[in-house]
Design a binder for this molecule. Structure first.
Ligand code: RFL
Ligand code: PHB
Length: 389
């Protein structure tokens, strides 16, 4: 098999890249380890920056998002029973789109099918070869048969546990990591959202988040110790704990129901540098992980795809290879901004096992700063709604 750009991983990064390249007349093949149903079974991100929503439109995959997504002008931070309103529209004139990653992925698959793009599911044993040469290739097993894919470039969009990043030699690769001493227990339920906007709650019992997917579908999270397992939490125990952490009036009026999905995700910050080695380019979770507190993971995947798709289009079209040579530098500058923001939101809103009275004093001061000063809210709003590319 031969193509121009081999894309490893059919999550949001791989599918969006494939869609944008195909639309520009560049041939791709996507190799995805899992089945399509498995990929669509993952419940993850819920908040899209405006730039991400715009990229989905440009990719021809934005129609359902525009019809069904929820445009939010702000969100709340809460400190005990006190609500602090972040008005994004007023602070920076921007908004976000609340639309689930599952739906984004479904729409991208539909758009890829509509243009006849090649996505090979259940591609196993993917290995990357000759990345330092002008003629790299990928080997894999598909339907029990060994296969080879020749290409000009490889895009590693295979998530945190993929093979692409590991292919960059240890002597070249630098990894930066911070692991947080807790996880998020998430529940999806067929109930109306607790409030019209998201609530990020700092409470003495731990962080909680009230989010949503639609007017009838809610997504909630609570901070839990890393030793907890989802089976340890009955629906009743989850709702009781969530209500204790949200402001009392929100907790009193919120509707609860059976959980549709329950899972625990650990929190970590991680960056791999460089994001490019020879003809390999990393995009999304393959290169970096953020704690979900800033809602940046999926948006960073889209931002990498923005830099890589435009660089490949410049290389294949006018023959300008400079943007491709600069890819790692350009993508990483934005990645580190999102790292800082996600880290600071995580530090601000969680209760840490070893938190001292001093650490808590700093949290209280920062929450008061946000409540008092428009300049502090503006900075948060600019980061949350998305820095420019
Ligand atoms: P993905 O989605 O992990 O997709 C990678 C794909 O590669 C496949 N793969 C392979 N394929 C072939 N060969 C191999 N060897 C392979 N190894 C892996 C995998 O099967 C998979 O299909 O990475 P991608 O595309 O970079 O997308 C990143 C996002 O999924 C991720 O950053 C977000 O989900 C993070 N995230 C959030 N991001 C936001 O922007 N806003 C949010 O509100 C938000 N909330 C969240 C989140 C992540 C969460 N969890 C569970 C980690 C909330 C949570 C709880
Ligand atoms: C979600 O709805 O899943 C969600 C929203 C905001 C976040 C993280 C997750 O910061």
């Amino acid at each position: 098999m031969k193509t121009q750009v081999a894309i490893i991983g059919g999550g949001p990064a791989g599918l969006l890249l494939s869609q944008l390249l195909n639309k520009a007349g560049i041939a791709t093949v996507v190799l995805e380890r899992r089945s399509r149903d498995y990929v669509l079974g993952r419940i993850r991100a819920g908040v899209l920056e405006w730039g991400t929503a715009q990229m989905l439109r440009e990719a021809g995959a934005g129609a359902r998002m525009d019809a069904e997504g929820l445009i939010h002008d702000g969100c709340y931070l809460s400190s005990g029973d006190t609500l602090i309103h972040m008005n994004f529209a007023e602070s920076c004139g921007r908004q976000v789109m609340v639309y689930g990653q599952t739906e984004v992925t479904r729409d991208l698959y539909a758009a890829q099918d509509a243009i006849g793009a090649t996505i090979l599911h259940e591609a196993e044993d993917v290995a990357l070869h000759d990345l330092g040469s002008e003629a790299p290739y990928v080997t894999f097993t598909h339907g029990g048969e060994p296969r080879r894919l020749d290409c000009d470039y490889v895009a590693g969009c295979d998530g945190f546990h993929g093979v692409s990043r590991q292919t960059i030699p240890d002597t070249v690769r630098r990894e930066f990591e911070k692991v947080y001493p807790f996880g998020w227990l998430g529940v999806l339920s067929q109930t109306p959202p607790a409030a019209e906007e998201l609530i990020y709650a700092n409470h003495e019992r731990g962080f909680a988040l009230a989010s949503m997917r639609s007017p009838t579908l809610s997504r909630y999270y609570i901070q839990v110790p890393l030793s907890d397992r989802p089976e340890d939490w009955s629906d009743e125990a989850f709702w009781e704990e969530l209500k204790r952490r949200l402001p009392a009036d929100v907790a009193q009026s919120m509707r609860t129901g059976p959980s549709i999905e329950k899972s625990i995700a650990p929190l970590r910050s991680f960056v791999c540098e460089p994001m490019q080695w020879g003809r390999l380019f990393l995009c999304g979770d393959a290169a970096h992980i953020v704690p979900p507190t800033g809602a940046k993971g999926l948006n960073l995947a889209a931002s990498d795809v923005h830099y890589l798709s435009s660089a490949l289009i410049a290389a294949y079209g006018p023959g300008d290879r400079a943007p491709l040579a600069r890819y790692s530098q350009d993508a990483l500058a934005r990645v580190w901004q999102a790292m800082r923001f996600s880290w600071s939101m995580t530090m601000l809103l969680h209760r840490f096992p070893e938190q001292s009275a001093f650490d808590r004093g700093v949290q209280v001061a920062q929450l008061e700063e946000l409540a008092k000063y428009p300049a502090a809210r503006k900075l948060l709003a600019q980061n949350y709604t998305g820095l420019p590319f």
